[in-house]
Write a protein that binds this ligand. Structure first.
Ligand SMILES: O=P(O)(O)OC[C@H]1O[C@](O)(CO)[C@@H](O)[C@@H]1O
Length: 529
């Protein structure tokens, strides 16, 4: 399946992207996909026509289309947990029935969304009581998605102010609650399992802060474990549930998105779902060569498998997407950071790159030095809106866009030593100083990037972008032959943390603890004494 692409590695590594542009006057048009207002430009990569054909053949050979139907059709493709993968059902607003074990799940999904909307309206219009602030307590998928989206949609906020507590570090709770009034603060305890150590500890401490049991009326729960919510003291009428066919990191489209709905209202939340649904439909129907999630995945595979780049940077030129890289880190790395194939056999290639990033322009003044001149090539995924939300600050937006375009241009073009010398000579420099400095001012260029251009960051567009990345992860996972929907890799650390809690209290160290950890514990206890 991979032989054709593997055989291209050597020539692809030597290729100059600028030569591809010289050879094909229409490259910018043909290595680009436009769909429903989004434009995905992957022309600034080393993929050529033959490479693209091989990538598309890879997707065919991996049966991406068949697996896609299996996912949307409700088959239990999360085999290690015996579950369907149907986060798309949460946004199937005009969808056909979706069957799980022969049962259509959409009536339940719609009823829950209606309950959420009624609840959100009652909080927003004051009929629930006087609520000024909402605190979402959750972690991982029960935090990153809503937090990212609430931040992204700031111009649409017309509800209570939303805050997020995730870290078990008491500092998170303390700093978030500082200045809030317990009487007008609503808590959402968001945990699919309702067993996550951090969330349950934070929820208990928040309840104490809010005034104990009497404050439970301002607590709602989002969980698949209704009985555990009842044990905590939150009755079923204030629990919003969802099926185990929604993975944590894919869950903000349903009840886990309650904080988003509270912030922007049910109407804007629906637009967010509609954007995601539109991307689902595009993913289901577009030819692979015109299919944005498929091509985004294939570009990632090209950069990693053919060119050997083990990381990729997500660089939104949109301050309100500041948490998107963190969100995508969970989405991509928890999904595809695996070593075994679905059948348990060892993978013969590294699946899933390290994903990281920061919004532009801030990153430019931090790590872009390495991106431009470091020895390790980092494929960059730029994103930018043609328009911002601040018409009175047009000058800012123009500068933002110019910077985004300049970065991908610089990565592509680079600067030769001759050019560097000429620039320095023009400034009057000569001799040894010129020889030395010119070398430092050389940029190899030829560094791949993609750009996702959207009209403006609306709820609809945010839905499109997130759904695009979800399906990209799916396609990459299918091609690597892994299960993108489990996360066994988080278990061992959790287990050991459970065992070490008594040790941190000075109650003995578990057997098998390494000398290093033993020594660290000793030191911690000594400092505390
Ligand atoms: O919603 P829960 O059950 O609290 O889980 C939170 C997060 O923990 C994880 O299981 C990983 O530890 C994530 O997959 C999940 O999003």
């Amino acid at each position: 399946m991979w032989a054709e692409l593997d055989a291209m590695a050597e020539s692809a590594k030597k290729r100059r992207i600028s030569d591809l542009f010289k050879a094909d006057a229409f490259r910018a048009d043909s290595f680009c996909i436009e769909a429903d207002g989004l434009l995905f430009d992957y022309s600034k990569t080393s993929i050529d026509d033959i490479g693209r054909a091989a990538l598309l053949a890879l997707a065919e050979a991996a049966d991406v289309a068949g697996k896609r139907s299996a996912m949307f059709g409700g088959q239990a493709i999360n085999e290690t947990e015996g579950r369907s993968v149907l986060h798309t059902a949460l946004r199937a607003l005009d969808g056909q029935p979706v069957l799980v074990d022969g049962q259509d799940i959409l009536p339940d999904v719609n009823a829950t969304r209606e309950r959420m909307a009624a609840f959100a309206r009652s909080v927003r219009d004051g009929s629930f009581g006087h609520i000024t602030d909402v605190v979402n307590i959750g972690i991982g998928g029960s935090d990153l998605g809503p937090l990212m989206a609430v931040m992204a949609l700031a111009p649409y906020h017309d509800g209570p102010k939303c805050h997020f507590i995730s870290n078990v570090d008491g500092a998170d709770l303390t700093d978030t609650l500082a200045g809030l009034d317990p009487a007008s603060t609503l808590f959402i305890v968001a945990s699919k399992t309702f067993t996550t150590q951090e969330t349950m500890l934070n929820a208990r401490s928040a309840l104490k802060w809010a005034g104990g049991e009497s404050a439970l009326e301002r607590f709602v729960a989002i969980s698949s474990a209704v009985e555990k919510c009842a044990e905590f003291g939150i009755p079923a009428e204030r629990v919003f549930g969802f099926g185990d066919w929604v993975g944590g990191r894919y869950s903000m489209w349903g009840p886990i998105g309650l904080s988003i709905m509270l912030a922007v209202g049910p109407g804007a939340f629906e637009k967010f779902l509609r954007g995601a649904q539109a991307m689902d439909n595009h993913f289901k129907t577009a030819e692979f060569s015109e299919n944005m999630p498929v091509m985004l995945a294939l570009v990632g595979i090209w950069n990693q498998q053919v060119c050997g780049h083990g990381t990729r940077a997500v660089l939104p030129y949109e301050q309100r997407l500041a948490r998107l890289p963190a969100y995508l880190q969970q989405l991509e790395m928890e999904s595809n950071g695996k070593s075994v194939a679905l059948d348990g056999s060892a993978l013969d290639r590294v699946a899933g790159p390290v994903v990281w990033g920061e919004p532009g322009t801030n990153g430019q003044h931090a790590f872009y030095q390495l991106i431009h001149q470091g020895q390790q090539v980092v494929p960059c995924e730029f994103m930018v809106g043609a328009e911002g939300h601040e018409p009175e600050l047009m000058e800012h937006h123009r500068a933002l866009v110019a910077n985004c375009l300049a970065q991908s241009e610089a990565l592509l073009r680079g600067r030769s030593e001759e050019e560097a010398r000429a620039q320095l000579e023009a400034k009057g420099m000569s001799g040894r100083q010129l020889d030395q400095l010119a070398k430092h001012r050389v940029f190899s260029g030829n560094r791949p990037s993609t750009t996702l251009l959207y009209p403006r960051l609306t709820p609809y567009v945010l839905g499109q972008i997130v759904s695009l990345y979800e399906h990209r992860v799916f396609v990459e996972g299918v091609i690597y032959g892994i299960n993108s929907f489990d996360q066994w890799g988080v278990e061992l650390g959790k287990e050991l943390a459970g065992g070490l809690v008594p040790a941190v209290e000075g109650k003995g160290v578990p057997d098998g603890t390494s000398g290093s950890t033993f020594r660290l514990l000793e030191r911690i206890l000594h400092i505390r004494d």
